[in-house]
Write a protein that binds this ligand. Structure first.
Ligand code: BTN
Length: 254
């Protein structure tokens, strides 16, 4: 149920309007249902809880009360739109650092702190009446106790509450995060994608590390070497051959 609505006229596009819900199945799904109506670009769907939160690769995203669950509706040109999902990892990491967690950016767009995941992004592209939309779904473990997350994710997850002594309200975190996404999206529309990918490359803490990337074709082990002009991770294997990795499981090896 919708429980509130906020406006910020100082924003360029992202988060000029935020619709606040108590519980939804998934903010990405709510956003996609709304695409049928003629709604403003940059609208944000924010929920206190999700009953069927979704992650990448068909995984579930545990969404207990206390966490931050939001989706931004955008209408970028369809070219490069996939890269937007990658780039939005930067404002998420920036927001976490702003509130005291010195998170890193794990390819493609996970925010991690000391090898434990603290935030994830599910970016989905959808056509509605020939118009391309991107729904950027962001989940942050803000005010969540680790034991509220499923036992299988606990060893590799963390939360803001666990890492920082100061209480950070979700509306405060969301406000800062949206201002950063607003800036990124404005750069995305006005700057060449190469420049943004260069920034991304500089912030991606996976680069230089040994990784195992698993796709439907099998597993490649090697060193995360670079980000390609299309946003793929270039992995150099032990024989010096380069492989491009985009979607699948990426494990950072010790
Ligand atoms: C991942 O790392 O696998 C992506 C997690 C994305 C979770 C967010 S929470 C808000 C939005 N709604 C969803 O159902 N998923 C995304």
């Amino acid at each position: 149920m919708k429980i509130g609505e906020f406006h910020d006229v100082n924003r360029k596009l992202v988060g000029r309007t935020v619709w606040h819900y108590d519980v939804v199945e998934s903010t990405n799904e709510t956003a996609k249902e709304l695409l049928e109506t003629d709604l403003e670009e940059g609208l944000v769907i924010w929920a206190d809880r999700q009953s069927a939160g979704r992650g990448r690769q068909g995984r579930a995203w545990a969404s207990p009360a206390g966490g931050l669950y939001a989706s931004v509706i955008l209408r970028p040109p369809a070219t490069h739109a996939w890269v937007l999902g990658l780039l939005v990892g930067m404002p998420v990491v920036k927001a976490l650092r702003h509130f005291g967690v010195f998170a890193g950016l794990k390819y493609p767009n996970d925010a991690v702190y000391q090898d434990r995941k603290i935030a994830g992004i599910l970016s989905e592209g959808v056509y509605r009446h020939d118009v391309y939309h991107v729904v950027l779904g962001i989940g942050v473990n803000t005010n969540v106790d680790l034991d509220k997350l499923p036992p299988d994710v606990q060893p590799t997850a963390t939360t803001l509450k666990r890492e920082v002594n100061l209480f950070v309200a979700n509306d405060e975190f969301l406000d800062y995060l949206l201002s950063q996404i607003d800036d990124l999206y404005s750069r995305y529309r006005n700057t060449r994608i190469e420049f943004l990918l260069k920034d991304y490359r500089g912030q991606c803490t996976t680069i230089g590390k040994r990784v195992a990337a698993t796709t439907s074709k099998g597993t490649i082990t090697g060193r995360a070497y670079d980000i390609s002009p299309t946003g793929a991770m270039i992995i150099m294997d032990e024989q010096g051959a380069k492989h491009e990795f985009v979607e699948g499981g990426l494990k950072v090896l010790k």
